[in-house]
Design a protein. Sequence first.
Length: 86
Amino acid sequence: MARSKTKKEREHMDKVARLGCLICRKEGNPYSPAELHHIRDVTLVGLGKESFHNNSRAFSKKWGSQKELLIETLNLLVHDGLLQEE
């Protein structure tokens, strides 16, 4: 059974969701809602197949790896004042 998220985790995910979809932002639509998900290691069988992109290699080639997009998301949170740099 999955554990419940802490208050701090829920607050963080809310901040990430308020950014909207990162890819839509890149395409000029900053108001599209985000589909939050865990980073998946696409080298493992059966992982890395989010609903919005079935071809993870092509997606990563065009937009960047999941880890690169995470870093970009965290930088946006800092830039927008939603996350404090430590």
